[in-house]
Design a protein around this ligand. Sequence first.
Ligand SMILES: Nc1ncnc2c1ncn2[C@@H]1O[C@H](COP(=O)(O)OP(=O)(O)OP(=O)(O)O)[C@@H](O)[C@H]1O
Ligand SMILES: [Mg+2]
Length: 413
Amino acid sequence: MQFIGIDFGTSNSLASLAVNDKIEFVRFPDGNISNPTIIYFPAQSRQYYVGNEGVHRYLTHLEESGIGGRLMLSIKTLLPEAKFDYTLVAGHGRLTVEDLVSKFLSLLKKLAEKQFARQFDGVILGRPVEFTELAVSRLEKAAHIAGFKRVVFWLEPVAAALAYEATASRDELICVVDIGGGTSDVCVIETSASRSPSPDRLDDIKAVGGVYQAGDELSAQMMKHQLAPRFGAGSTFKSLSKTLPFPTHLIYKLSKWHRINLLNNASDKETIQSIYPSSDRPDDVKRLLDLIKHHYGFELFQAIDAAKKHLSGSERATVTFRPLDLREEITIKEFESIIGETARAIEKSIYDTLHAASVKPSAIKRVLLTGGTSQVPLLSRSVTKIFGAEKILRPDFFSSVASGLGYAAARLK
Ligand SMILES: Nc1ncnc2c1ncn2[C@@H]1O[C@H](COP(=O)(O)OP(=O)(O)OP(=O)(O)O)[C@@H](O)[C@H]1O
Ligand SMILES: [Mg+2]
């Protein structure tokens, strides 16, 4: 049976296979080896679109008709959510999380089969360390729906270690820190060129750990602490001659982009509209009304993401979103104070994993620091502080997990 490796990420997904010991990535229709893990269901249609094509069509439909259909991001974070049974999508009926994930996996299967000119009946899927049983079983079911007959899981940081090992000649105790979109994953593992081909490496894994917090959480914190006032948070309004604070439940829905859609109901809209005339900051309340009316949630979060990324190489950044007349500057100092709690949680998960492996940082010979969010200076400083700068290796931020899965897929028959 032929296997393909798939890194189904919260933000980005990739598929790969080692051919003659060299990794080849599956190319998406746009020519990239990675695409955002996004599915778009246009309104009044039975079609759906995945990745960059989905984003492109969503934005085009919004611009042309003002109606954008359903855009779904961070689908991976739905896998552990026990309360999420299904979502009703016009033209598609009830879609469970397995259905949603399988749409993405089946596209990767199809693209891989075309590119490698062979059938893939098996898949090696990455999974975060912190992932509930429910999440794993749903991911497995999604792979079956996509047409894979056999599904094998590898822990994501272990896969990244395997990719490193394929190029290293010495046996070493290493620590992998993978800070992605939805989760931060840590693993202490003994890498070995000679044991590398073995399918079972359990003995070499000394400890694994992690937290359900990474890049998405940083963006949510930026929204909550830095931008929410531009949408009414902290303002007041008058009701029956009393001065009242802007309702916090409305602000709560603002912090994650997909929750913004939840504000698009008659009751919330009526509340906001009634606040507007007597608000001490009517411009900000009007901005919130426009955000809901024009379905700008996704684009607003894209602007936040862009500013967040800019702060990885700059002292300051501006969240700019012209349709809402928004220009909000944020300094690196403000950003670091906003994300302090998440940074501490990630740091703790590293110490906890070292503790579980019964090793001190000094015993670790090399640290693989990977994942898109590992570029955040506060987070990379924190890893450097624990281990020392000389030990830190920076493999490709976005493809190291997929590379490891591609090696594993080639070895499993
Ligand atoms: N230059 C940058 N600075 C800060 N954050 C960044 C940068 N580039 C990308 N990111 C963030 O990295 C995250 C995506 O990283 P990655 O592709 O490793 O995640 P993922 O593998 O999809 O998620 P997970 O492994 O958690 O399922 C996003 O939150 C994105 O905003
Ligand atoms: Mg990842």
